[in-house]
Design a protein around this ligand. Structure first.
Ligand code: NAI
Ligand code: MG
Length: 369
């Protein structure tokens, strides 16, 4: 029996997870779903959006399914804290970013497949999978403003700093982009292994080594090396700016895409929109021994409590979870049920141009199971 941590979170996260539970029950996964606290309410009342008891539960679970959370800018976050917690220097931290770091969930997996009959498809023959590195790159949080003297002295070792010599340190903000051999190796390997397992014939490395010579350069060299272990799969290389055009022109030609953190953030949103947007975009945050699956949308406060949004992204996240657990047959059945409902076109939520509710969509998919 699987132990699955169940994290609905805020807003529509609660509704789409309720719908997902109905579908998982219909597929009869032998699992225990343990509710776990995460989100805005826990920030407001406890000063921590990801309480320790949730971390403890996650450590004793096989994996987690997560809905969505609300987060707000600094001033609002401080203002909404319970009065007894104010003025104690509590700082809001994104729970999903923390989970990625704490559990070393280095792969962000974002499949983008056009299901036949989805009126939102850009084309009907798209089947892309984005592997975004989740733990390093431009999002490591090594940032300075104003630029401290010792950091400035260190940076002056680079000729690139010459153009900034006349500026005062409080006119310069700095964010580091850190790429490691280990980080590059494991994400590229994960992408190739996935391509091999699911029959994709090419892996495209998306970087910018002609300009980001050191960071993208290292990742490119590592990718070429890893590719040698997979002779049946072609390694393609594309610059991040150019591929935005290619993905709009010929998205059907690409299979697996692998890239660093920020480029992956951008590329995966473009790809998601090619196959229907936020109502269809699911992701897995995957490490060696643990994974968190989620729809990529947020808590959409303007639709919260209306039983209106599309739960398919969460069903697809559940499908990724089944795959990761090794439940191939159940994963395939769930995907087939979703595909059938989309193809028939009788049940459509508002984003698909229909009038059906979240739970009607859940009913339709569960019905196919
Ligand atoms: P959002 O993703 O919550 O919603 C943006 C818009 O997309 C919605 O207003 C709606 O029009 C559409 N949408 C989203 N999910 C949909 C679905 N399942 N079906 C149909 N349409 C859907 O992004 P927004 O409004 O910028 O952020 C709201 C809150 O969510 C913020 O507090 C933000 O910080 C948080 N957020 C959380 C994320 C997470 O939990 N992983 C990710 C993104 C935002
Ligand atoms: Mg994003």
């Amino acid at each position: 029996m699987y132990k699955i941590a169940w994290m609905p979170g805020d807003g529509i996260g609660i509704e789409v997870m309720h719908a997902a539970r109905m579908v998982l029950d219909a597929i009869k996964l032998d699992a225990e779903y343990t509710p776990a606290d995460i989100g805005w309410e826990f920030w407001c009342n406890e000063g921590e959006a990801l309480p320790q008891r949730t971390l403890d539960l996650l450590k004793s679970s096989h994996c987690a399914l997560f809905g969505a959370i609300t987060s707000k800018p600094k001033e609002e976050a401080d203002a909404e804290l319970a009065s007894h917690l104010r003025g104690k220097g509590l700082v809001y931290r994104s729970p999903i970013v923390r989970l990625r770091q704490m559990f070393d969930l280095y792969t962000n997996l974002r499949p983008c497949k056009a299901y036949r009959g989805n009126p939102l498809n850009y084309r009907d023959d798209i089947d892309l999978v984005v592997f975004r590195e989740n733990t390093e790159g431009l999002y490591v949080g090594v940032e300075f403003y104003p630029l401290p003297d010792d950091v400035r002295r260190a940076l002056d070792a680079s000729p690139g700093m010459r153009g900034f010599q006349d500026l005062p340190s409080d006119d310069i903000a700095f964010s580091a982009r850190i790429i490691t051999r280990r980080g590059s190796e494991r994400i590229v390997r994960a992408a190739f292994e996935y391509a091999q397992k699911y029959g994709y014939r090419n892996v495209t490395l998306v970087e910018k080594p002609n300009v980001l010579r050191e960071t993208s350069g290292l990742m490119t060299r590592v990718a070429r090396q890893v590719a040698q272990d997979f002779p049946s799969i072609e390694l393609w290389e594309a610059n991040v700016d150019a591929i935005m055009m290619w993905l709009v022109k010929n998205p059907h030609q690409y299979g697996v895409i692998v890239t660093s953190n920020m480029f992956g953030d951008i590329v995966s949103d473009l790809c998601a929109q090619l196959v229907g947007g936020l109502g269809f975009a699911a992701s897995g945050n995957i490490g060696k021994n643990f994974a968190v699956f989620e729809p990529t949308h947020g808590s959409a406060p303007k639709y919260a409590g209306q039983n209106k949004v599309n739960p398919i992204a969460t069903f697809l996240a559940a499908k990724l979870m089944l795959d990761w657990l090794g439940e191939k047959d159940k994963a395939a059945r769930l995907e087939h049920a979703i595909a059938q409902v989309i193809a028939e076109g009788r049940t459509r939520t508002y984003d698909m141009g229909g009038k059906n509710t979240t739970m009607e969509m859940a009913d339709a998919v569960a019905g196919k199971l």
